[in-house]
Design a binder for this molecule. Sequence first.
Ligand code: 7RM
Length: 652
Amino acid sequence: MSTSTTNIESVLNEQRVFPPPAEFSARAHIKSMEEYERLREEAEREPEKFWARMAEEIHWFRRWDKVLDWQPPHARWFVGATTNISYNCLDRHLSTERRTKTALLWEGEPGETRAFTYEELHREVCRFANVLKKLGVARGDRVALYMPLIPELAIAMLACSRIGATHSVVFGGFSAAALVDRINDAGCRAVVTADGGYRRGTEVKLKAAVDEALRETPTVESCVVVRRTGSQVEMKEGRDQWWHELVETVGADCPAEELDSEHPLFILYTSGTTGKPKGILHTTGGYLLWAHLTTKWVFDLKDEDVYWCTADIGWVTGHSYVVYGPLSNGATSIMYEGAPNHPAPDRFWSIVERHKVSIFYTAPTAIRAFIKWGDEHPRRHDLSSLRLLGTVGEPINPEAWMWYREVIGKGRCPVVDTWWQTETGGIMISPLPGATPTKPGSATKPLPGVAADILTRDGEPVAANLGGFLVIRRPFPSMLRTIWGDDERYRQTYFGEIEGVYFAGDGARRDRDGYFWIMGRVDDVINVSGHRLGTMEIESALVSHPAVAEAAVVGRPDELKGQGIFAFVTLEGTREPSDELKEQLRGHVAREIGALARPDEIRFSDALPKTRSGKIMRRLLRELAASGAVKGDVTTLEDFSVIEKLRAQEEE
Ligand code: 7RM
């Protein structure tokens, strides 16, 4: 096929550069580009020596015999070593001043707060680990965690990893059917849940969904229920027990198991391009090392910081940057249960002000919502405690990046746009806030040790500023080890596309300064008259128009051009849809990018279909644009009514 070697064309042209503030660099863990380059070169020259040196940051019960055993596409890291991530996150701090420091500071959606010092968290984790043992959960067993964002979720994760049980967190908003598939795929022995959780003021009934699910899950022997909302639930005799009752029956002494570095730590399901979700498997030592190091480097974490990653723990970002990374570094990590606009659109800024948050990490989709809700909400609060801002989850359009920097960071705080995936376990491409000059919309450069590159589908290098396939050339410690129960799919998906390298599924280009610009999933690329365009750049051009809050662009079969461009657009709160505005927007894109990218059709919509983590589900929009209906897997869709509304417009 002629397109197989063709590049993805890049049309985004962003020139602004923001060097790190001198005061920030002076105090940072990594202070300059020279220091970054030294680390990067060390890792290039002698990778295993570099990783061995980095691994000194972790507590090992037994040291490794070999740093890496690489039998492509399978890696084993720190072979022969033993460690425990729960030990590294808790026990390690107890002999230091951090013993009485706040580890988790939780705020529920209704407004209550709970705090745990490292010592207290350690005690709760040990007790729950003993509960799991009492229920017959042993090393190697899988446990499903289907919970709201409450401290018990972090406690359950740390309790599992303490005894060597593999956790599988299933986002609390997924349906009973999605839970059934995930429990059965992993063969879970126990489920931990809660009566319910709060989201936008209403209760999400988790236990009821579990009851429905457990009718079809033969491997589940027991179910532990946290009392969160106090609402009425059914407790099945012999299977279901209350968390608060169980922890009364056990002691608080539970030494962390010495686990092999390659012991399975967690499975986390992500949706693939086909229906069946993939169970991404991470193991212990390598994942721990990278979660730890990246949290320290990218967030420049210091003991006095108050750190808040707003992600749900049902997403990998919550695993690595709410729980494991911050705790292994001895940080104070904030957890917030609910929605960003409950009871009002200033909830996040109220949390930042009240808890004096200094590091704030969120998603572009949230930032675009804040822009839409209006500047008055952040302006009403004292945000002067902030010193660093981060984003993750999608390409951030330069407009949103600038707003984040100016309105939230008041121009003082470095912004780190962090690129990574469930599969990579931790951040791969990101600025180092004390070193890297940032450019709005660019994740900048690969972290030391990350051999990221951009290639054609045939594995050839791509010249500066031409788009291609984003790959990782060498194994790295936090790389997924396999897809649970389907190693062949692992091989095909990540190592079967481009010879000899890990292919991430994203398109990107590198500019003349070596900066990476992520262009979105290659599945989303549109082919217009033989030109391959990334959807992100067209969306970015749309959002740069003052009337537009958010946009999603997909290709639709077109007899003449191969594909036509179909844009779904959400307007700013004050703007009304009109045919005139459609024409204005089409013209705007043509001026910003070129006539080639002018959308053939624009449809206004109050909301776009998104996953729970805020990613736009372009696959659904593609189906809708092509056939007027949606057929594929929708279990990861946040709000099905969005699709219903878009379809209704189709019929109008
Ligand atoms: C952490 C996470 C992974 C996919 C990835 C990209 C997209 C994530 C960025 C980004 C551009 C970013 N894990 N993505 N971060 N695209 N810039 N900074 O999101 O498994 O849920 O998704 O998300 O397409 O492949 S994930």
